[in-house]
Design a protein around this ligand. Structure first.
Ligand SMILES: [Fe+2]
Ligand SMILES: [Fe+2]
Length: 294
């Protein structure tokens, strides 16, 4: 336990619950950011990564539950599991619609499934130190990934340029409902990591692994979508497009993403310092998809 433990802001704590949601994809066009396949597909990668990724979070957390000695944190983790289960299903439900529009993501999702289920899955380790090491490593990886889901959630809640450009309201609602719940539960994964391990070297090591994996999988996902989009003749995504779209406000800005790195690696980091719970809760109260599903 070598970590400095910054205190959470108690006023930010709320009871986490999974909300039922329903989204009707019938009217959502292939390029749901009008005239902008690059932005559309960059964000669409979420539908490829999150179903398997969030199922993996749940799988790991169910194994950690017996090691939690704090009732409040256990309740938070159970609420987190419930929310991630609904997120995973909601993004999975977009895939048949993409198939209907001529974009079959199966070849890519098969790779993502392998990544989470095999590479990051349970290894046949003997009970004891090795098995515990692998569990702690994965808990720390999830904390690092959740730094980015909260970052993206906060971004999409404030990405007004997407509205100005006429982005599909159902897709925006899916992203903002999910983003708002990511902001709402943004402290859980990090607090769980602090509770069961909290080692600073482990935090840095797993951040580097998570960040590299996210960049790798994301750029492959965008390339997959652009190459297989039946309406595009030549679709080669590039880093400069990403930077430009970030400047325009339809994707997260590269400088903002770079600035989020030292924040996570700071010993004083706590997720409650990021994003705004009140904004997230206000969105959740008005989300058409979240209200429609209740
Ligand atoms: Fe999620
Ligand atoms: Fe999350």
């Amino acid at each position: 336990m070598s970590n400095t433990r910054p205190a959470a802001d108690a006023s930010e704590r709320i009871e986490l619950k999974a909300r039922k949601v329903s989204f009707d994809w019938e009217e959502t066009p292939l390029h749901w950011v009008p005239g902008d396949p690059f932005t559309t597909h960059t964000i669409n990668v979420l539908h490829l990564l999150l179903p398997a990724g969030e199922r993996w979070f749940i799988h790991v957390y169910r194994q950690v539950l017996p090691f939690i000695r704090d009732d409040r944190l256990r309740q938070d983790v159970i609420g987190f599991i419930g929310q991630e289960a609904v997120h995973s299903q909601a993004h999975d439900d977009v895939l048949p619609h993409l198939r209907k529009l001529g974009l079959d993501p199966t070849p890519y999702t098969a790779q993502v499934d392998w990544f989470f289920e095999k590479l990051l899955g349970d290894r046949t380790l003997p009970p004891g130190r090795a098995r515990q090491w692998w569990l702690m490593e994965r808990v720390a990886l999830i904390a690092a990934i959740e730094h980015y889901t909260a970052f993206l959630g906060d971004w999409v809640l404030n990405a007004e340029e997407l509205d100005r450009r006429g982005a599909d309201p159902v897709m925006l609602d899916l992203l903002r409902w999910h983003g708002a719940e990511e902001v709402e539960h943004r402290s859980v994964a990090f607090e769980l990591f602090l509770h069961v391990d909290g080692g600073y070297r482990r935090r840095v090591r797993t951040w580097a692994a998570a960040f590299s994996a996210l960049v790798f999988l994301w750029q492959r996902g965008v390339r997959f979508f652009m190459e297989n989009d039946p309406t595009l003749l030549a679709g080669k995504p590039s880093m400069s497009q990403f930077v430009r779209k970030g400047r325009e406000g339809v994707l997260p800005s590269t400088p903002d993403m770079l600035r989020s790195i030292p924040r996570y690696l700071s010993r004083a980091y706590h997720p409650s310092q990021e994003g705004c719970t009140a904004q997230a809760v206000a969105y959740l109260a008005s989300s058409p998809g979240a209200r429609g599903g209740s």
